[in-house]
Design a protein. Structure first.
Length: 126
């Protein structure tokens, strides 16, 4: 993939977090994203998540707090390249490109195929 990414604001992250199901919110609060996990830590996460879910059931006004380490990015793809290996033949590779990002020579190429919406595609050698 080629494209651009921007870090979301805390407000956007909070909005997204609050739109998640309560079990997802609980796991997000308990887990340390992208850290190694062993069976003991997994058990701890599951138990703590269950405790939080029980608390939300017993105290309906309780809201899972927003984890300050939680957040995301908005990705704006400009092209996608997909590859599929096929035994005993030529592999299949397709590249999708946003129409607005096509160079003039690419747009006039016989390799470009029009697809629906704002994307075109071309087949590539691997």
């Amino acid at each position: 993939m080629e494209g651009y990414g921007t870090k979301l604001t805390e407000e956007k992250n909070r909005d997204y977090f609050e739109s998640e199901r309560v079990d997802s919110q609980a796991r997000a609060l308990v887990q340390r994203q992208s850290k190694c996990i062993n069976s003991t830590r997994k058990k701890e996460i599951l138990e703590t998540t269950q405790d939080l879910l029980q608390l939300t059931t017993e105290c309906p006004k309780f809201k899972i707090p927003f984890p300050l380490t939680w957040g995301g990015y908005r990705i704006l793809p400009q092209s996608w390249d997909f590859y599929q290996s096929i035994p005993n033949t030529i592999a299949d590779r397709v590249k999708f490109i946003k129409k607005e990002n096509l160079k003039k020579e690419e747009a006039e190429s016989c390799r470009i195929h029009i697809s629906h919406g704002e994307w075109v595609y071309e087949r590539l050698e691997c």
